[in-house]
Write a protein that binds this ligand. Sequence first.
Ligand code: KMH
Ligand code: ZN
Length: 278
Amino acid sequence: MTTTTLITVAPTGAESAKSEAPALPVTLDELLRTAIECEAIGASVIHVHVRDDAAAPTLDQGRLRATVEALRERTDLIVQLSTGGAVTDPEADRLAVLDAGPEMASCTMGTVNFGDDVFLNRWEFIVELHTRMQDRGIVPEYEIFDLGQLAALRRLLDRHGLPAGGHVHVDLVMGVPGGMPGTVAALVACRQAMRDLPAGSTFSATGIGRASLPVMFAALADGGHLRVGMEDTLSYAKGRPVESNMQLVARAVSLAQLAQRPPATPAQARELLGVGAK
Ligand code: KMH
Ligand code: ZN
């Protein structure tokens, strides 16, 4: 059991509109302010999606590079770029995210229904992402939306080897309509499937929407790490919209402290995940 809790903030995502969630950080300035404040509270990783001038999701290379650069300059957070993008993003653009030089990037382990959409992740695409990240020393976080995606990860590692850094870390994304539910039973099933992964593999978990709290409790109880943020949750409690990403990070920090596994510092997170020192 680890003694600290890795807290990842996913502040923006690609799905929510600024008009519906005014606290969503969509400009570089807003993102930087959020990152600095979340780091001060206890986050150690930031999962980043960027937006364009109209606040629409974009994989524009210039914006991605500027974002990575600014976050590295102004914070010690591990910068994890999303290669998932939006459901409409073409594979070539999603692969090109790696050209922006992040320390970490997400790698989703299979196709999943995503509300009324489809989040497409073909096997060949996953292999390409994984091997490009190996070649460039970018540490993946394997995003798991459904149980079978853990079997796909085992297959990936068997055929193509360990990721950069040598450590396997997965993020269980629970409660997407079309994916696994955000329940204790689903988390336990994933943990059992994780026994087929290399010894020492770690996990974090995030519950979408109202699954946020039960998933946090279950993950902490089972030695897991936490991801929170407005990418995943816009409601703090029934009838109470989220005021800011900091509010969600603060709640995760207090739960981690209650569990007697205080937040990992960015340096501790780097060691845990196999990300090189800054
Ligand atoms: N926006 C979703 C379609 C990731 O960042 O890697 C995919 C997603 C996963 O958010
Ligand atoms: Zn994402």
